[in-house]
Ligand binder design. Structure first.
Ligand code: GUN
Ligand code: ZN
Length: 454
């Protein structure tokens, strides 16, 4: 008799059967027929946390009809959502009343982030934060920690324990903030370097060099951030850019030799591929052009931009054909008002409306999935159901509230055009209640506790 441990590794095949939606192209640039992939009755075959096969059930059943299969009737399965800008330490100050960016930072953010020198506190918040991400269908995020290296450790430890693909970094800030949450150019460099060596590419984790924004970093510190990017060319850079009118004016005073806000980062070598800039509300045409040339990305954070009164992002300019800039959606919690990328897409639609533009439901869902993966240079492993990618996906209920159940029929949409209307109702009416379950590397990681009547 052979003992179990003597046997060669047996890859375990399993499958999900149901309706599937993902994207194989960018619906801002190509037609729906070329970008939207929809199988009303599809099969997703999983092996060791990766996608082994994907397609119409009828086409795959001869090969995979007999493997253990979870059938998701009356549901829509999509790739996990990707949040391209969020602050885990701000989980507890979501919905802080009355201020715009600079006053909001002073009044609410800096005092809260000061608490994260306490590792146990940071650990507790990191768990709550990841619970919130998963219950909202977000499986990957680009995350600000705080100035304290232990707040990065707490976050990465928690993400690693859940097998999540997460990008995060220690905030660098050496001026214009209370001393209790400031580092120095040199300590920021040394501490970030140690964190890169400890966490970058550990399993599914990635590191982002994270100067908070040009106001809270001296030029010397930005130069140190640039040095880190040279030393570690495949780490990310994550910061804020041109969010608020007063902020932009202050940056001009602080960096008189620079052409504009983006140039303050550019002169330090921070404008590159794998650089992600949150907001970009008040960018000039030249700055959009520079971001396009550099292959940098913008995180569009509509709930935050409306909440702080920052302004309306020019999505159509970022998605121009002449100077295309990669764009993902960011919740930007705690300035953002929801962890849900569905609710974020809802507000993105309204921002477009206020600018006399249209954001189609598929464009919005693209931004929340493959668009986010591209913005984070993760499209080789995440963002859609291509064979070989990581099996991070979500099961959605398009009838998750009584009103949605009244509006949407239980049968699977028969075609992409029939799905368009329901997908739109999902982004306008949907929230965490629409997320029935979440799978990470093919394993169930979250199931909605709600016991809805079937
Ligand atoms: N700019 C600098 N820091 C922050 C922050 O924490 N949130 C937002 N929304 N903008 C910022
Ligand atoms: Zn932010």
């Amino acid at each position: 008799m052979t003992r179990l441990q003597d046997q060669p590794h047996q890859p375990s095949l399993k499958a999900m059967r149901g309706s599937f939606l993902d994207f194989v192209g960018d619906p801002f640039y190509v037609s729906e027929a070329e970008s939207v992939r929809y199988f009303p009755d599809g099969l997703l075959v999983l092996e060791d946390g990766k996608i082994k096969a994907f397609g119409a059930y009828d086409e795959l059943k001869a090969d995979y009809g007999e493997i253990p299969t979870t059938v998701c009737a009356e549901r829509l399965i999509m790739p996990g959502f990707i949040d391209t800008h969020i602050h885990y330490p701000q989980t507890g100050i979501i919905a802080a009343y009355g201020e715009q960016l600079l006053e909001w930072l002073d009044q609410y953010v800096f005092p809260t982030e000061g608490k994260f020198h306490d590792l146990d506190y940071a650990r507790e918040v990191a768990e709550t934060f990841l619970d919130q991400l998963l219950s909202n269908g977000t499986t990957t995020a680009l995350v600000f920690a705080t100035v304290f290296p232990q707040s990065v450790d707490a976050f990465f430890e928690a993400a690693e324990a859940r097998n999540l693909c997460m990008i995060a970094g220690k905030v660098m800030m050496d001026r214009n903030a209370p001393a209790s949450v400031c580092d120095s150019a040199e300590s920021a460099y040394q501490e970030s370097k140690a964190l890169i060596q400890k966490w970058h590419k550990k399993g599914r984790l990635r590191y982002a060099v994270t100067p908070r924004f040009a106001i809270t970093s001296t030029d010397e510190q930005l130069q140190k951030a640039g040095e880190l990017l040279k030393e570690f060319p495949d780490v990310y850079m994550h910061t804020h850019l041109s969010e608020n009118v007063k902020e932009v004016a202050w940056v001009k005073e602080l960096f008189p030799a620079c052409e504009g806000y983006l140039d303050a980062y550019d002169q330090a070598g921070l404008v590159k591929e794998r650089s992600v800039f949150a907001h970009g509300i008040h960018l000039t045409d030249g700055e959009f052009q520079r971001l396009s040339e550099a292959k940098s990305a913008i995180a569009f954070c509509p709930t935050s931009n409306l909440f702080l009164g920052s302004g309306l992002f020019k999505l159509e300019q970022a998605k121009s054909t002449e100077y295309p800039v990669k764009v993902g959606l960011g919740t930007d919690v705690g300035a953002g008002t929801s962890f849900s990328l569905l609710q974020t897409a809802n507000e993105a639609y309204k921002v477009a409306q206020l600018r006399q533009q249209k954001l189609s439901p598929f464009q919005a869902l693209f931004l929340a999935t493959l668009g986010g993966a591209k913005a984070l240079c993760l499209e080789d492993r995440l963002g859609n159901f291509e064979v070989g990618k990581d099996a991070d996906f979500i099961v959605l209920d398009l009838r998750s509230t009584p009103l949605m159940a009244f509006r949407n029929s239980p049968d699977a949409a028969k075609s992409v055009s029939e799905l368009t209307d329901r997908a739109f109702s999902l982004i306008i009416m949907g929230d965490d209640r629409a997320i029935e379950s979440v799978y990470i590397l093919g394993e169930l990681a979250y199931k909605c506790a709600d016991t809805k009547a079937e």
